[in-house]
Design a binder for this molecule. Structure first.
Ligand SMILES: Cc1cc2nc3c(=O)[nH]c(=O)nc-3n(C[C@H](O)[C@H](O)[C@H](O)COP(=O)(O)OP(=O)(O)OC[C@H]3O[C@@H](n4cnc5c(N)ncnc54)[C@H](O)[C@@H]3O)c2cc1C
Length: 432
């Protein structure tokens, strides 16, 4: 026994010698956080005591939220099942989005946009997704990715040409992913060779959302592969440009009304005036826009999870088994309460991230957290809703199975869940 105790002591002494120095004493003060969170808190203090609860909205935000809710319920809801079945977005829905000003929410009014805030876009995406996640994706990509890339990096001429159309009639597509470049997006092989005052694009893209209906493609191509990702440049390519071929839409599990197509570029000539921003800065623009886009995808996931929940609870309050409402069984009540809490937590993460962005604060870690968490809980919520509804939840007679199918992609696109976790971990690494 004695020998064993000595061995244990010796072991712990050995362990102590290998303990990192920061753990050597409990008296060591905690390190000062460099995290964006501490900066954000400071920022709020700077703006005085006017900080409101995250779910308190401005008049404009409230108006947009209510308008979108009404539009979604009256004009989209009756078409959802048919659009899913036919894998086709109804033209009336697309036109409705433009007419309601929902395709140019942040675009300045001088270009024909709504001139509202990023937060308003997030509320609009959430409300649309409660009814149909495919329509929400159309609105999300246009606002958080396409329009914002041009607003931030476009020349005055590009803004006048494209923003006016994007706000009123033209859908945009974001073309980054390729067959061999998904999570490792900057391994893309599409290239753009300079010839005089234009570039010639050759290559192919995969998974391009809205390609079937898009009039403008924002294409990431490398102008010099020797430069690696620093050669990636963003080109504005019009749909009718010769050599741009849009392939057959993917036959997907969910988001069936949203078209997702491969593209090929065969000697596509693009004038150098159609380069967006600076040559070789495409990777920066992609990272920046995807950071913002992730807040949009998080809102889409939250909206669809909430929509599914909203369909399910009334059923649980009506369905009688063992002589009482199934909602009255405590086993189910606790599950419902857990899911409702997770939805609330996701909503706060998303709204907080959107407010950080609007306040000019760092939001990369929070955007990844919001996207990661909202997609995970969307999968969980929609799966639980099917269980709570029993057999009917598993049929296409009720909308919950569609929400379940639509939710899965949240853990895949605009950075798979593992990629979000990588980003969060990287940020934490720099904070301590
Ligand atoms: C419906 C849909 C719409 C889309 N729309 C667009 C669009 O409009 N424009 C566009 O450019 N792209 C679009 N995409 C592409 C999307 O962004 C990619 O699918 C996504 O980035 C993942 O790439 P991948 O499919 O090649 O998966 P992969 O990169 O092959 O990943 C497969 C698995 O490996 C894991 N993995 C990969 N790398 C790592 C790592 N370093 N550490 C840990 N795990 C890792 C991933 O988490 C995932 O689970 C869309 C995709 C879908 C399905």
């Amino acid at each position: 026994m004695e020998g064993a105790a000595v061995r244990l002591l010796r072991g712990s002494a050995l362990l102590r010698r290998h303990v990192p120095t920061c753990l050597s004493s409990w008296k060591t003060p905690p390190r000062v956080l460099k995290s964006s969170q501490s900066a954000a808190l400071l920022g709020v203090t700077d703006h005085g005591p006017s900080c409101a609860a995250l779910q308190m909205f401005t008049e404009e935000e409230m108006m947009i939220k209510n308008t979108v809710k009404k539009f979604a319920q009256e004009q989209i809801a009756p078409l959802v099942s048919t659009m899913d079945e036919n894998s086709k977005m109804e033209e009336s829905v697309i036109q409705g989005l433009f007419q309601q000003g929902l395709m140019g929410i942040e675009i300045e009014t001088k270009y024909g946009g709504t001139g509202a805030s990023f937060f308003s876009s997030i509320l609009a995406i959430e409300e649309l997704a409660k009814v149909d996640a495919s329509v929400a994706l159309l609105c999300d990509l246009q606002n958080t990715v396409i329009n914002n890339l041009i607003r931030k990096h476009g020349t005055e001429e590009q803004k006048a040409t494209y923003l006016t159309k994007l706000a009123t009639e033209k859908i945009g597509s974001f073309c980054l992913s390729e067959a061999g470049a998904g999570s490792d997006a900057f391994a893309l092989k599409t290239r753009a060779d300079k010839k005089g005052n234009y570039y010639v694009i050759n290559g192919s893209k995969m998974w391009i959302t809205n390609a079937e209906y898009a009039g403008l493609f924002l294409v990431m191509a490398n102008i010099n592969s020797d430069l690696g990702y620093k050669g990636i440049t963003c080109f504005l390519v019009d749909r009718d440009t010769e050599g741009l071929h849009i392939g057959k839409a993917e036959n997907k599990m969910g988001l069936r009304a949203s078209s997702t197509c491969p593209l090929t570029f065969e000697n596509v000539k693009v004038p150098e005036t159609n380069i967006l921003g600076q040559i070789g800065h495409g990777y920066k623009y992609a990272i920046g826009s995807l950071n913002e886009g992730r807040i949009g995808i998080a809102a889409q996931m939250l909206g669809l999870a909430q929509g599914c929940f909203d369909h399910t609870i009334p059923y649980m309050k009506e369905r009688i088994q063992f002589g009482k409402r199934i909602f009255d069984f405590q086993g189910l009540q606790h599950q419902v309460a857990q899911v409702a809490t997770q939805l609330e937590a996701a909503r706060l993460l998303i709204y907080n991230t959107a407010r950080l962005l609007e306040g000019g604060k760092s939001f990369m870690k929070e955007a990844s957290m919001a996207k990661y968490y909202a997609s995970e809980i969307a999968g969980l919520t929609t799966s639980k809703c099917i269980e709570w509804m029993g057999g009917v939840g598993y049929t296409k007679d009720f909308p919950v199975e569609k929400y379940f199918r639509d939710a899965k992609v949240g853990t895949i696109y605009e950075g798979a869940s593992n990629i979000q976790l990588n980003t969060i971990a990287k940020c934490i690494d720099t904070e301590y």
